[in-house]
Design a protein. Structure first.
Length: 200
């Protein structure tokens, strides 16, 4: 993993990039600049580990289906999050060559990332960096997805074996794959890299 090379390639592809030593530093920086915004969250263990929902909720309206208030459903919150001006997500993997890879089951996260937000933040620990796009896709399918299925208690082949089987399981969570080769035209996107292992 070469963090400096990763930063260089993402800058060349039009992303804003910041590097932080710790998750606390990253969280505090985001809280300082995001005030009075509507902010949607994608499902992310990284965001959870940062404590970002509680921190940003002090001065913003934050919508996250992992924090579902009484009277709401996760499906409602996914839709509302996708309509917010700002969207925070992590990635299943990023490459040193400047690509961002995400896999979704419901596709709410990839849909919200791709178009229509005022700004999208990708918040990633150093463990998400792979050398090439091919290795990043492999990581998304064979590292992140099996761990995610176990977290959700799903009965899929990858939950048992720890690797992708390209299965036909009714509980399969690998249903939509997005690859950002470059920052989409007209979009404002920022990569927040943290020199810690975060999420999966």
């Amino acid at each position: 993993m070469h963090l400096e090379r990763t930063v260089e390639h993402f800058l060349k592809k039009g992303y804003a990039v910041r590097v932080f030593e710790t998750k606390e530093e990253a969280r505090d920086a985001l809280c300082a600049e995001l005030v009075g915004e509507s902010i949607g969250f994608g499902g992310s263990a990284t965001l959870d580990e940062l404590g970002l929902y509680d921190a940003l909720s002090e001065k913003n309206r934050v919508v996250w289906h992992w924090r579902c208030p009484e009277g709401k459903t996760p499906a409602e919150l996914r839709r509302q999050a996708a309509e917010c001006d700002v969207y925070c997500s992590s990635a299943n993997a990023i490459s040193e060559t400047g690509e961002i890879v995400n896999i979704d089951g419901t596709a709410n996260r990839v849909a919200a990332i791709l178009y229509g937000r005022k700004k999208v933040y990708f918040i990633c620990g150093q463990n998400k960096i792979e050398q090439t796009l091919e290795k990043a896709i492999f990581r998304a399918r064979n590292v992140a997805a099996p761990i995610n299925t176990r977290r959700l208690g799903l009965d899929t082949p990858c939950a048992k074996s720890g690797r992708c089987h390209d299965c036909n399981s009714p509980q399969r969570i690998c249903r939509a794959l997005s690859v950002l080769w470059e920052k989409p035209t007209g979009a404002e996107m920022e990569l927040i890299l943290i020199r810690e292992d975060l999420g999966y």
